[in-house]
Design a protein around this ligand. Structure first.
Ligand code: TXA
Ligand code: MG
Length: 335
């Protein structure tokens, strides 16, 4: 039996079940207390649920990697409640300040130089001299970060390489007793992970597309290079090819589905053929709605037991770029 990371005692079976923590002020206080004690608490952000741990506590951060089965070379995002807090953990230049003022709180993560002698666990940066930092906008995340009073490392609350969680139920499905508590907010509004932009070099580079679009950032800081999805230059160690993978294999750009396939559609689909089961990302063809539904629909189709999920083409513009990024990785050859 594994030892409790905080008390060094074996947990009793009852304690091993994750606490469902209500989204109330006492619930938030309890979640913050768990985090300060080095425990892992999953909590909602507007993008996806995060698996939170104290980013200044090596043992808590190591427990995050263990719970996810995540390779230790893949660094984590540190979450803080506001720009002032962010400035004590990362070095902001003019560009970073511009972006923070415009897009924080929100679905944007910035990779910035890590100050020397930072008290942030080195594991968070996976040995790099940079740190990824984000100020989420979700009111529960805001309340929790303020109550915790320290930076919280939080990758998406799923097993490494699997589909990200957008509801508390997804977290329990994915991590079960590997997490000490789950703050039960509702469904995540954005539904895709934050945009990650690397500002450690002279040229800003988008490492992961998300809801904050390159053109929105270019208006403030000039040209931005998009490197996401370029496997020849994996600057971000998280750019592993296969990711967001359901159990079923995934077939992209499908105009119809075979009788034994699950069918993930987009826009009007009444006259399309096939599919043992069918779910529509957005009947109206709304990319925001499609992003919010993507991970939960993939999970549901996976649970139908179909061996393959056929996916209709999604327009590669605006938020569609981020959706297609996730779908390409879901369809990539598995390790
Ligand atoms: O929306 C999100 O960003 C969610 C919520 C919980 O905030 N978090 C999330 O974390 O998606 P995660 O760990 O699943 O993805 C973080 C990404 C990974 O691709 C990682 O490689 C990259 O950010 N990253 C983190 N620190 C980095 C660094 N110092 N340099 C380059 N890439 C970094
Ligand atoms: Mg993830």
């Amino acid at each position: 039996m594994t030892q409790d990371p905080v008390t060094d005692q074996a947990p009793s079976p009852a304690e091993k079940r994750p606490a469902l923590i209500p989204a109330t002020p006492p619930g938030i206080a309890r979640a913050a207390e768990l985090l300060r004690a080095g425990r892992l608490v999953a909590f909602p952000t507007e993008t996806v649920y995060g698996l939170g741990g104290d980013a200044t506590d090596d043992r808590a951060v190591a427990a995050i990697f263990a719970a996810k089965g995540r390779p230790q070379f893949n660094p984590l995002i540190a979450h803080v409640p506001d720009l002032a807090a962010a400035q004590s953990w990362a070095m902001f230049d003019e560009r970073a300040l511009e972006l923070a003022q415009q897009f924080w709180p929100g679905p944007l993560t910035m990779v910035l130089p890590r100050p020397a002698n930072s008290a942030l666990s080195l594991l968070v940066s996976a040995g790099l001299d940079s740190v990824a930092i984000r100020v989420p906008g979700h009111p529960l995340a805001q309340a929790l970060l303020k109550a915790a009073g320290r930076p919280i490392a939080a990758p998406s609350a799923n097993r490494s390489g699997a589909v990200s969680p957008t509801t508390p139920h997804h977290v329990l499905e994915s991590l079960g007793e590997r997490v000490d508590g789950v703050v039960t907010g509702g469904k995540c509004q954005v539904g895709l992970e934050s945009t990650v932009i690397d500002l450690t070099g002279p040229e800003p580079v988008i490492l992961r597309p998300g809801a904050v679009l390159p053109e929105e950032m270019e208006r403030l800081i000039g040209p931005v290079r998009v490197s996401a999805g370029d496997p020849s230059a994996p600057k971000s160690p998280g750019q592993l090819e296969s990711h967001y993978a359901p159990n079923a294999s995934v077939r992209l750009n499908a105009g119809s589905a075979d009788a034994d396939e699950a069918f993930l559609t987009f826009g009007p689909d009444r006259f399309l053929f096939g599919g043992a089961i069918r779910l529509n990302l957005s009947l109206q063809g709304d990319l925001n709605e499609a992003a919010a539904n993507l991970f939960s629909h993939l999970r549901q189709l996976d649970q139908s037991g179909a061996a393959r999920i056929a996916v209709m083409p999604i327009p590669d513009e605006g938020l569609g770029v981020a959706i297609n990024d996730r779908l390409r990785r879901a369809a990539a050859p598995r390790p």
